[in-house]
Structures are given as C-alpha cells and as structure tokens.
Design a protein around this ligand. Structure first.
Ligand code: SAH
Ligand code: SF4
Length: 430
C-alpha cells in the first residue's frame, strides 16, 4: 500500500487520498525518480554525506537519472566506484511496471502500466510524419464524470506521484531507445566545473561519443497531459513532474512542446500558466449549457463564459501560442451548423487566440453516443475555418488497440474478469 495522506482537492469529490513525494518501499530504499535536485541532496545528507559532497553527488545523480536515463548506479561513470554500491544500498531508480504493451498497425503504441501499490493506468505514443506525441496520465481514474469518456466511468483511485508521471516519459524513452549518448557534460550546465571538483573521478566510458546531441531526429518530441485524469486536480505533482521534463539538465524538453489538457478547472488555470508555462488545451465539447452540463458535468460548477474568460487571461497565451479547444464530435448532440457558428461567436467575443481540435468520438462499450458522420464533421470544420480559426480533424489513431482514454484499462479489466471466469470454470468441483 502507498502511504497516503488526506489532501483537499477542489472538485466534486473532496477530499481524496493523495500520495506523498516518497512512497515507502518494503526494502526501506527510496526511489529517486520524481525527486528534484534539492530533495535528492537532502536525502544524501540524511544518509550521511557532508553538505558539500551531498550537493555534488545530487547534481551528478540528477544528471544520470533524468538526462541520461540510467537505471543502475553502476553506470554512473563519474561517481567513484565504492560510492556506487553505497547508493544502491539506500536508493533505487524506478520505472512504472509494464502490465501490457501494444503496438498498433498505424505505429501507435500503448502501455498499460502499474504503480508499486497495484493500480493500473495508461500511456499512449502517437507518431506521425512531423512529430511523436506521448499522451501521459495524471491520475488513476478521475473525479470527474464526463459522460462520453471511458475514464469518467471509473472512480478516482488516487493521484499519480511526480515519479509516476515523469516515469511515463522516462519509460517511453527507454522503449524508444532515445536517451542521449555523449559525454556526461550537457550543453547548458557547468558540468566541467563539477568534474574539476571531483577528486575521485573515474574515467568516463570510452565508448561514449564526445560532444553534445540535439533533439533532432528524436521520435518522442511532444508531450500532452491528456491521458487518464484531470491534471489540474493533481496540480502540484503534475507541475513537479513537468519541471523535471523541462529542466535543461533533466529530460530537456521545451515547454513549447508540452500541452496540458483540462476539462476547465478555472481556479487552477492561472497557476498552470505561471508555474508551468506549458500550452493549454481546454476540453470544451459544447457551447450550450444544457449539453455541456451533460458531457462535462464540471460545467455546472465552472460555466462556459467564465471558462472562456479564464482562457483569455491565461498567462502566455498569444497568437503565436494559441489555446487549443478540444471538441469531441458526437452525432446529434453537439455537431450542428448552429453549434459551429456559436463556437465561432464565443471565440471572437472573447478575442481568444484559439485553434479548434475536432475529435471524432471514439465509441466504447456502454457509451450512449455515436460519432458524427464524416460529412457532418467536415461541414462543422469548414464553418470554423471560414471564420479564420484553424479547425483540423484529429485522425483516429490506434483504434485496433483501444487507444482512446481509459479504454485499455477497461479492456484489461474485462479480460482479467473473463480470465477469472475461465479459471473458475476450469477448477475441479469438490
Ligand atoms: N481530463 C482532461 C485530460 C484528459 S481527457 C480533460 O478532460 O481535458 C483528454 C481528452 O480525451 C479530452 O479532450 C477528451 O475529450 C478526450 N476523450 C475522452 N474520451 C474520448 C472518446 N471516447 N472519444 C474521443 N475523445 C475522447
Ligand atoms: Fe476526466 Fe478528462 Fe475523462 Fe472528463 S474527459 S472524465 S475530466 S479524464
């Protein structure tokens, strides 16, 4: 069981258990993944290093963990040999467990992952010609109950920790083989000084390529916080994880390549812009109160007008960094020409630097909705486009592996139920 403490989360369900930064392990060692440099330094001091050594080791270990992706202290070649088992006795470098990994015919990859305390969540990688996008989860389940979303049918189990969130990106880099090679000196840090300071430095691996690397040619280029859960109801952990992703000596991905999607948690939007500064996507899905109340029940708390105003006020939004409005196309629900015109009117009235992302509804067993026809989606898109907003239709990807939010977990649960039934049927009667 994870050590949990009650924390107040604004929202419909309140309070819920939220994990702390360190989840105790049975063997007493501490998993370093998810911890920032100062916290690692603190732990090293608590374990007995003096302040100067702790600072130096924390800087080195941070680099190996987040920039180079090593999972074994023995691979930390600038750390003295006797120090490495000392670290391994006290600390571990974890990754989420992979329960199931699937590869779609169209290149989409999906992983069902498991936390150390046994909760399943999902991660999806979607490559296309110009980029590779990793869709990351922020919670196991969701407190919100959007009627078109499979995750909305699950209750919130718990928030993911910063380690479990950044761990998804690290696992994807492992799977894609995308950790940088090269010397341990990264381009934007003062690593050279560090080496000078170390008296017991080992020789850096000879097969390491010298010099720096660039992000060019990478498969994983973008991150979207659009997996399971509402990231703004797990704000602190999402922020801490994304800071590690954006750190130049960490995963070093630009904030311009990261998008956070919210169903409209207005009170947290400003902090998101100020403290993380990533691109914002808002799950709008309807421009009419009755319909949005049904599709995104949070609308009853934070209505459309206030939401659009919060978007207009989002720190950092500009024509160069427009806000994305996600709009799931559902047959006879939100897809009329009048809906499209009202959407344009609202965006213009709020003077929003906006783009609209039209998402064909992805059906799941038990969903009471159907996807709009391709003709309807095209007509809807054309009305928006004619008013000067871009309105691309998202191509469904990975349908053969249930790649939409919440679906793999649901499929896996069904399978395990079926598996259980088979086992019961096969068991000898007594
Ligand atoms: N909770 C956040 C982020 C996770 S949901 C939010 O709601 O924005 C991310 C996106 O997945 C949302 O835009 C949602 O509309 C979309 N989505 C969920 N279920 C879907 C389905 N069945 N078909 C198409 N899109 C879906
Ligand atoms: Fe939660 Fe987003 Fe799904 Fe709504 S759409 S239930 S907010 S994950």
């Amino acid at each position: 069981m994870a050590d949990t403490a009650l924390m107040t989360i604004p929202g419909l369900v309140d309070p819920v258990p939220a994990s702390r930064d360190i989840t105790p392990r049975a063997d007493g060692r501490v998993d370093l993944i998810g911890l920032p440099r100062p916290r690692i330094r603190e732990l090293f001091e608590e374990a007995g290093l003096d302040a100067k050594a702790a600072k130096l080791r924390a800087k080195q270990v941070f680099h190996w963990l987040y920039h180079r992706g090593v999972t074994d202290f023995e691979a930390m070649t600038d750390i003295a040999k006797p120090m490495r088992p000392w670290l391994a006795e006290r600390f571990v470098i974890g990754r989420p467990d992979v329960v199931e990994a699937q590869h779609s015919v169209d290149g989409t990859r999906k992983w069902l992952l498991r936390t150390a305390d046994g909760h399943d969540f999902e991660m999806v990688f979607i490559p296309d010609e110009t980029r590779g996008t990793l869709c990351v989860s922020s919670q196991v389940g969701c407190t919100l109950t959007c009627s078109f979303c499979a995750t909305g049918t699950m209750r919130l189990v718990r928030n993911l920790t910063p380690g479990e969130i950044v761990g998804q990106v690290m696992l994807a880099r492992d799977a894609l083989g995308e950790w940088p090679k090269g010397s341990m000196i990264s381009s934007n840090d003062d690593g050279a000084d560090v080496i000078d300071e170390i008296s017991d430095v080992d020789v850096i691996d000879e097969d390491d390529e010298a010099g720096h690397y660039t992000a060019d040619g990478r498969l994983l280029t973008n991150i979207v916080m659009m997996g399971m859960g509402e990231p703004l109801y797990n704000f602190d952990h999402v922020r801490d994880a994304l800071k590690l992703v954006m750190d130049g000596d960490g995963l070093a991905l630009s904030k311009r390549r990261i998008t956070l999607s919210t169903s409209g948690v207005i009170p947290m939007m400003e902090r998101c812009g100020e403290e993380i500064g990533v691109n914002l996507a808002v799950s709008l899905h309807s421009v009419r109160k009755e319909v949005r109340d049904e599709l995104v029940p949070l609308n009853k708390k934070y209505g459309i007008e206030d939401l659009l105003q919060a978007c207009a006020d989002y720190p950092g939004a500009s024509n160069a960094r427009r806000i994305t409005f996600e709009y799931v196309m559902i047959k006879d629900k939100n897809d009329s020409d009048d809906d499209a015109r009202e959407l344009v009117r609202l965006l213009q009235a709020h003077n929003l630097p906006a783009k609209v992302n039209l998402i064909p509804f992805n059906p799941w067993p038990g969903a009471g909705y159907e996807c709009s026809s391709p003709q309807r989606i095209r007509a809807f898109s054309e009305i928006i486009f004619a008013s000067g907003f871009s309105a691309p239709v998202r191509t469904p990807r990975g349908r053969d592996i249930d790649a939409a939010c919440g679906q793999l977990k649901t499929a896996a649960e069904k399978k395990s139920r079926a598996q259980r039934d088979r086992e019961v049927a096969a068991a000898p009667l007594d």
